[in-house]
Design a protein around this ligand. Structure first.
Ligand code: ADP
Length: 602
């Protein structure tokens, strides 16, 4: 893996911020210049005022206009340098931020393409979008906006401290000591492990709350339909409570230290009282003493505003660090290792599961698949049945390596699938999912995705084989109709047939079919079955079946229960066995009778 993950926390943020090192250094120099120049107008005004006051107290001295003009020029030049250098720094940092974000997005997306597909399924599209959009987007905002503010404010702080120390080191030392104690207290507030943990909890709950809020809004119609209240939307309600709890805990944790810091910094001049008394007693030059004392009483509190801004900006960096951590979690996921030498010795398209045990989560005691053994022969249909959660989908997902098994082997034509080049494996296995995914593209493109470079005729031929040509040609834009656009309404059955056409075009020797649970109308059902027959011709078929009437004719039926194979055979044999399959069949037949009866009674 790349060195991108050597650091974490603040170091990682700095690493990202300085991806364009030279640009960022140039911007920092400009920001320091800008912050320094921002003092010139104040210094000029101070000097002009002193000059005027000197002529007031001594009428014999004429006003030195030449000197005053020089200070006015200094004031103007200071202002111009301040604005121009800040502007130039912002431009540079925006450029650097966009380039850093571009690199981060490319890194994450490139890594995604090397991860097992199962990772995306497990993570969910909402979370992936959040990382690419929000977490990386916030980093861009931080780098382009808050980062320059932070550098500018820190530079102003340092310059103010230098001025405070230079004008009179004794007053300066008191200010410096107070500021140092303040910084130490701040460190106590933010650096403890428990404070860090509370902060992480708040960010985590906040992120989850945002995600679930979107889900809640999306599902609002269903909620209204069923007259469901907020409380029944349990996950959302729980996360709001968790967020509230962790936010309160975090606030309470910081309460004392932040209050102490604020009181200390705001009352910095109080700490100067002893030194004012001491210097007042020992001085002979009261003019200088009074002017310096007034200077410190006015200027020292000004630093408090700057310091509080630094605190606010630093607390922002924690949030950004949390987003970067999420992104790094993706980058740390192990990729599918490309095979070094492609052992293209596949001698058939038989699929064999050999002692396969698989667990989604290593901490989970019961594996999703437990020592599964079976062979699915070429040109034969193997149906997998079983209760929900018994492991049917897991079997289907392991064949194209959405996940890698922990124990055992999955072989295609005698070769372990981990030895087959991933791109090749993808061409070997075709999927027809239950919730078929169609893209917001033309129907032609959706079907054409099945095989790169497919001609228009081939696409139409596939559509004909899947019995969708007729309804496609009836659409106003025919094959160019954009799926999902306004006024284009395709029924569930029509959508499924488009994806079957895609799979027919792909023409993979192995087909994994996740049969739809939803009932189509009779005509659609009939057409889907017919298109399946075309799709499944001469293929190794693994069918996850939800309706038992479709498995009756399968060459082999595998019955799953809690991750284990409990029965294997053909329909008639399994019925004679009078075990799990038999009782499933009984229940299914009863349900069918009930359904027909129900319809008849309507
Ligand atoms: P089926 O398809 O028969 O309904 P699955 O193969 O989906 O069953 O699930 C088998 C087991 O694996 C279940 O206990 C399920 O909770 C678990 N499981 C399925 N998908 C995941 C996942 N992405 N992460 C963790 N556990 C999962």
């Amino acid at each position: 893996m790349k060195n991108i993950l050597k650091n974490n926390g603040l170091k990682r943020l700095i690493e990202i911020a300085t991806i364009k090192k030279k640009t960022v250094i140039a911007a920092i120099v400009l920001l320091v210049i800008s912050a320094s120049a921002s003092f010139l107008p104040y210094i000029s005004i101070y000097c002009i005022a002193s000059e005027i006051l000197a002529t007031f107290s001594n009428t014999l001295v004429a006003l030195n206009t030449e000197k005053i003009y020089k200070f006015i020029w200094l004031l103007i030049i200071g202002g111009i340098i301040n604005i121009l250098s800040y502007f130039a720094a912002l431009c540079l940092l925006h450029k650097a931020a966009f380039e850093a974000i571009y690199k981060m997005k490319i890194d994450v997306l490139r890594h995604f393409t090397r991860l097992p597909l199962g990772f995306s399924i497990r993570m969910g599209s909402g979370n992936i979008r959040k990382i690419l959009d929000e977490d990386i987007g916030n980093t861009e905002e931080f780098l382009a906006h808050q980062f320059p503010d932070l550098i500018y404010t820190i530079a102003s702080c340092v310059i103010t401290i230098v001025i405070l120390v230079c004008v009179d080191w004794r007053y300066g030392a008191v200010c410096l000591a107070t500021i140092s104690i303040g910084i130490y207290i701040l460190g106590l507030a933010f650096r403890t492990d428990s404070a860090k943990k509370h902060m992480q909890d708040v960010f985590k709950a906040n992120a989850e709350m945002n995600n679930l809020a979107v889900e809640y809004v999306r599902g609002i119609s269903v909620l209204k339909l069923f007259n469901t209240t907020l409380v029944t939307f349990e996950k959302f309600y729980d996360v709001i409570k968790r967020y509230t709890k962790s936010a309160i805990q975090y606030t309470l944790k910081l309460e004392k230290t932040l209050a102490a810091y604020t009181v200390l910094i705001h009352n910095i001049y109080l700490f100067m009282i002893p030194i004012i008394i001491f210097l007042g007693r020992s001085t002979n030059d009261y003019d200088v003493f009074v002017s310096k004392t007034v200077f410190y009483i006015v200027v020292a509190p000004a630093i408090t505003v700057t310091m509080l801004k630094v605190v606010h900006l630093i607390s922002k960096t924690f949030q950004i660090q949390y987003g970067i951590q999420n992104m790094d979690k993706v980058l740390q996921e192990p990729i599918i290792k490309p095979v070094s030498s492609e052992k293209d010795l596949i001698n058939s398209y038989d699929i064999e599961f050999k002692n396969v045990t698989f667990n989604y989560d290593n901490n989970n005691k019961t594996p999703a698949l437990d020592n599964v053994n079976f062979i699915s022969k070429s040109n034969k249909v193997t149906a997998i049945v079983g209760a929900s959660g018994s492991g049917k989908t897991t079997i289907a997902h392991l064949i194209p390596r959405f996940y890698d098994v922990q124990y055992g082997n999955i072989m295609i034509g005698g070769v372990d699938i981990r030895q087959i080049d991933l791109n090749k494996l993808m061409t070997l296995v075709g999927f027809v999912f239950q919730d078929d995914y169609l893209f917001k593209k033309s129907i032609r493109d959706n079907i054409g995705m099945g095989r790169e470079g497919a001609t228009g005729e081939e696409i139409i031929a596939a559509a004909k084989s899947a019995y969708c040509h007729e309804f496609i040609t009836k659409l106003p834009q025919g094959y160019d109709t954009i799926i999902g656009s306004k006024n284009v309404h395709l029924s569930g059955g029509e959508r499924q047939r488009i994806s079957i056409a895609r799979a027919i075009l792909q023409d993979s020797p192995i087909i994994i079919l996740d049969e739809a649970t939803a009932f189509n109308d009779a005509e659609n059902e009939y057409l889907i079955q017919k298109s399946f027959n075309k799709l499944l011709e001469n293929k190794t078929v693994i069918m996850i079946a939800h309706r038992l009437n479709t498995v009756k004719n399968a060459d082999q039926i595998i019955v799953m229960d809690k991750g284990k194979i409990v029965e294997v055979g053909v329909h008639n044999d399994l019925i004679e066995n009078k075990e799990i399959y038999y009782s499933m069949w009984e229940t299914y037949s009863q349900a069918q009778l009930w359904r027909i009866g129900g319809k008849g009674n309507e």
